[in-house]
Design a protein around this ligand. Structure first.
Ligand SMILES: [Zn+2]
Length: 104
């Protein structure tokens, strides 16, 4: 299955209450697993914090297998988005600082 088609499929199957932006053309260099196609999504909050979420699909899967696996992959992604949104902005601020305490 073509990457673009697959990404569109993911996006169109997401729940409408999920606020995720697909990052196309986003390439990570640490391609630890070349057997997987990675799709990246950004969840962002009004406070300016955003989280990078990703979803992996094995390149060896047939279209049929992908269609079957997709609902659970999307659910996983949506759960990640939900936990990002359920954090308050103090937590978001800490994420931005990489959990390093401000020492002034
Ligand atoms: Zn926030």
């Amino acid at each position: 299955m073509d990457n673009k088609i697959l990404q569109n499929l993911i996006v169109s199957n997401m729940s409408s209450e999920v606020n995720l932006r697909p990052l196309s053309g986003f390439k990570m260099d640490f391609s630890a697993n070349p057997d997987f196609d990675k799709f990246f999504f950004a969840a962002s909050c009004d406070c300016g914090t955003s989280a990078l979420l990703s979803l992996e699909v094995s390149i060896h899967k047939t279209d049929d297998e992908i269609n079957k696996a997709l609902p659970s992959l999307i659910e996983k992604l949506q759960n990640q988005e939900k936990s990002f949104r359920s954090m308050n902005c103090t937590m978001h601020g800490m994420m931005r600082k990489g959990f390093i305490e401000d020492t002034k």
